[in-house]
Design a protein. Structure first.
Length: 303
């Protein structure tokens, strides 16, 4: 398909105003009108060309797309969507410390996205893409709701998308809001282009006694006054079992202890875990027997 410069067709440059475009079109339309040039094939071709140029350049939205993408302006929305997807992927990489959050689900790098979508580089002229343009199919988006307990271990899950079952391996340590890409499970491509992709965003709810910050877990643990004052041994529930902790004598309310490696699995780091932080809250008794009150009074006098 031969590239036609609409500005040249009207004898203008890109800085032309809307008024300039209108005046140039009227002047040329009169000159090449079929009624003025009967049986003149070249004049008829020129008349169609300037009408096409005017139709595009007189529409502000169409003109903006034409200025950006040349003869491929009609596919501007597809191109912009591709760029947005690339920016989104870069944002996810930034959010997750530079790692590619899609690696578990496709091996092809995202840097090849535009090449696969447009079938090669830009054309040498005309500001557009290669003549035989292939467009990638529409991407689909879905959400998968899981509980925090579900992502403590790597597991498999089957999803049904558009009537098709997709078997996924969900790695341990997936974050709330994280997005994965499943290549080739989107809409059909156009003009021989590849299928779109399926993007799944995780929505992870937490119904546990723990709060999570990436690989670290946090929990409060109540201890009685006597254990806080005298010290002792308590049992604490971690995410995958119970451990014994020694409480030091004179432990204050709000004291924090760290249980190394007892946190949440680290994403894509098999066998590695964050830490568990326990914050003690001292339980002050609200009902005391007469004997207990007497003993506390004696202690107060000793102070």
């Amino acid at each position: 398909m031969t590239y036609i410069d609409y500005y040249k067709s009207l004898g203008l440059d890109k800085s032309a105003s809307a008024s300039d475009i209108k005046k140039a079109y009227r002047k040329l339309a009169r000159k090449y009108h079929p009624d003025v040039n009967p049986n003149d094939a070249e004049a008829e071709r020129k008349f169609k060309e300037i009408n096409e140029a005017h139709e595009v350049l007189s529409n502000p939205e169409h003109r903006k797309k034409y200025d950006a993408y040349g003869k491929d302006w009609k596919h501007a929305d597809d191109i912009e969507r591709a760029k947005a997807q690339q920016r989104q992927q870069q944002q996810y990489q930034s959010a997750y410390g530079g790692q590619n959050v899609y690696d578990d689900f496709e091996s092809e790098g995202f840097s090849d996205f535009f090449e696969s979508m447009f079938g090669g580089g830009r054309a040498a002229s005309g500001g557009g893409f290669g003549g035989n343009v292939r467009f990638k199919g529409q991407d689909y988006n879905a959400q998968l709701q899981l509980n925090l307990k579900d992502v403590y271990q790597t597991h498999k899950r089957t999803l049904t998308v558009n009537g098709k079952n997709i078997r996924l391996t969900i790695p341990a340590g997936v974050e709330d809001g994280q997005v994965i890409k499943i290549k080739g499970h989107g809409g059909e491509g156009r003009n021989g282009g590849p299928k779109g992709d399926l993007y799944i965003q995780f929505q992870i709810t937490n119904t546990t006694a723990f709060s999570r910050d990436k690989g670290d877990l946090y929990k409060t643990e109540a201890i009685d006054l006597y254990t806080a004052v005298l010290g002792g041994e308590i049992r604490v529930d971690t995410f995958d079992g119970t451990v014994k902790l020694s409480v030091k004598p004179g432990t204050q309310n709000g004291t924090k202890v760290k249980l190394k490696g007892k946190g949440f699995p680290l994403y894509k780091k098999e066998g590695s875990f964050g830490d568990l932080y326990i914050t003690y809250t001292v339980d002050i008794p609200t009902t005391l027997s007469a004997k207990e009150k007497e003993l506390f009074q004696q202690l107060a006098k000793l102070k």
